[in-house]
Design a binder for this molecule. Structure first.
Ligand code: ATP
Ligand code: MG
Length: 196
């Protein structure tokens, strides 16, 4: 499952669990993006923070783990490179790439889009408020799946933290604590204007 995971939230975890159950997957590998090519650098937390929050959120589930392939590869993250790296690391595995409805609709603009269809099955998961369509996508490799209503987004979680609102129960407890400990999503005081 690819994502920015800034931060990872229960919508991601429910989606992963649903897809795993529906398709009988042995493992779900969460793959935080390095530098997402759709989002500019300054809008995204450091890859290491997003990686660690993903590790914390998935640690208790024996079928969930986290991959560093995208975090460790320099330059912007392209799904084609992710899938090539993973098929090299897991030559025996049948790969399913799980992504959201919004990402699926951008799929045709992906670099190397012609060759990705051979590398994995694609599962597009829906979030309330996002229409699922697969127009123009190869039906034999793309499956769309409705996830039980979890209208959570990372954007909303970040905004809540910035405004001092709680994110308890939207993200796992350990992720709340990580966010607080590292002061994520809280604007830094500008120099010379220090007050608390
Ligand atoms: P942001 O608000 O920063 O874009 P996000 O909540 O969409 O974050 P991503 O890290 O972009 O999270 O998510 C990875 C994938 O998971 C996306 O393709 C997204 O559509 C999907 N996803 C996110 N939240 C949910 C949810 N609540 N239910 C189903 N799918 C989701
Ligand atoms: Mg998103």
């Amino acid at each position: 499952m690819g994502g920015t995971f800034d931060p990872i939230h229960h919508g991601h975890l429910v989606a992963a669990s649903e897809v795993a159950a529906t398709f009988g997957l042995d493992q779900v590998l969460f793959v935080p993006t390095g530098r997402p090519w759709q989002k500019s650098d300054k809008d995204v937390s450091p890859a290491e923070d997003r990686y660690l929050m993903t590790v914390i959120a998935t640690a208790s589930n024996p079928r969930f783990s986290v991959s560093r392939v995208d975090v460790d590869r320099p330059g912007p993250t392209y799904t084609r490179d992710t899938l090539l790296d993973l098929s090299e690391q897991y030559p025996e595995a049948e790969l399913f790439f799980i992504t959201g409805a919004d990402a699926l609709s951008q799929i045709l603009s992906w670099k190397g889009v012609e060759e990705i269809w051979d590398l994995a099955h694609f599962i597009g998961v829906s979030r309330p408020g996002h229409e699922l369509t697969a127009t123009g996508l190869p039906a034999d490799t793309v499956t769309l799946l409705e996830i039980p209503a979890m209208a959570i987004s990372s954007t909303d979680c970040r905004e809540r933290v910035t405004r001092g609102l709680p994110v308890w129960y939207l993200v796992p407890d350990g992720v709340v604590q990580y966010i607080n400990k590292h002061g994520l999503y809280t604007p830094r005081e500008t120099e010379g204007k220090g007050e608390s």
